[in-house]
Design a protein around this ligand. Sequence first.
Ligand code: GLC
Ligand code: CA
Length: 571
Amino acid sequence: MMNKTKRWWQTAVFYQIYPRSFADGNGDGIGDFTGMIAKLDYLQSLGIGAVWLSPHYPSPNVDCGYDISDYTNVAPEYGTLEDFKRFLQEAHARGIRVLLDLVLNHTSDQHPWFVESRSSRDNPKRDWYIWHDPAPDGGPPNNWWSVFGGSAWEFDARTGQYYYHFFFKEQPDLNWRNPAVKQAMWDAVRFWLDMGVDGFRLDAIGTIYEDPTMPNHQGTLSQLEVLRAWRENLPAEQMQQLTNAMMETFRYQFGQPEVHDLMKELRALLDTYAGDRVLIGEDDDIAYYGNGDDELHLVFNFPLMRTNRITPAFVRANQAERLSKLPPGAWPCNTLNNHDVSRMRTAFGDGEHDLSIARVNAALVLTLKGTPVLYNGEEIGMTDLILSRLDQLRDNQAINAYHAAIADGATPEQALALAARISRDRCRTPMQWANAPNAGFSPAGVETWLPVNPNYAEGINVAEQEHDPDSMLNYYRRLIRVRQRTPALYQGEYAPVDEAEEYLAFTRRDEESGQTCLVVLNMSPEPVATSLPVADRARCIFSSHGREGRGIAPRHLHLAPFEVLIAELEG
Ligand code: GLC
Ligand code: CA
């Protein structure tokens, strides 16, 4: 059902594609556009309305594509610009919009801009990056750190100055106070918008500006703690403490007020294009919504995934806080995993009921108020893969953590165990398409860029799940379908029903259609009997336990362990 008030990016289900691991079309062990094109029918059958591609640009891959050496091209291993255009066309032909990843904070050190910038102190591009003289003792200009380990300053012997990098030293930060940088980057943005892309996911916007007075930080986290922050599955309270400590350590290196003017400028640029192009921010700070209509359209609700157990109380607190703080007109955006964190089935599992818990959480992200963003593979219940050898790791952050752990006194075995556990590789393994060699991602015998998770043979693959009506894949399909035809679910207001410990019950009320839905998620492994103070009668429109189409009485409700129920209230 279409409606007048909501825009496409509010009602569509988004899906993140990690291009390197999605589908290998030419059989070289690396995903590519030919592969992605061949899977568009699959995405359409899932009900996906928009995809966000992690970086597809040429890159030396020190940070798996987030170190870009050419902003207006396609990495050769993924194909050509013509392949990209075909992908875009074929996606649009299926009603799927396409968002690209826009990395503004830094380029690769191999980008021609940086090659020029570092060539001499008087090169015209010198000031495109952040260069500083050494401290009087010859050391770095201050004590700022890179979030990926070590000093944020790298000495360049040829010109005798340090350059600044928030991430790897191969990712020098651009100097956004230089208007020429802005113009060059906006040209790249226009290049893709002119081609017809539907918007961007903005990478690391918080770190675009640094405090120009460059005070030393007073943070107390160790290097290893910095490297582990947000990478481990910890209880929400510990996650929050870590987040606070990270804020302290990096307080002068992110969140400078100017970034909001920059976002307004980018939004204004997008708004000159027809077609309702969209910006999604990788940052949990609600301030990036601006006044609700002048900065980013969507900002990820990351606090919702910063826990190791999604409980009813946790969700209610998250929603109460988040929704009350949104500026008028701003639209929420929920996600439970991405290419930087543990997969949702692994992250929130209890080790015993992981699949049931993942099903409940899938229903959560698809019924809360806001745009849901799925991460490729979650729809078939893919899990983390913990690598067992150092030479298998591709995530350089994890390799830095390995060395930091050794420096801290860990044995090589301990350091490897830690690095493998927090490595982002764990969630980036190839998509599992079939119960076939290489999970059907690449042909048999090909060495894939990251090992395939062997559990593709245990039913965690698309082909087998296609034919099983009770599979995770068909569960996601059913959920998305019911969401798409139910205005209360895609645009209604959220309200919690009670304060129960075991289950989460909330309503979604759509004024426009007058429809109200009740969502009940039993998050516990026990059956519960309850009485929900809503209407006397309701009709079940989605059930994990075969109640679809039946009437229910919310005031006398018995829920099976991990039961999911969505009902339309009557009267
Ligand atoms: C973002 C990306 C992450 C990358 C970093 C630096 O956090 O999600 O993968 O390493 O930015 O670009
Ligand atoms: Ca390939």
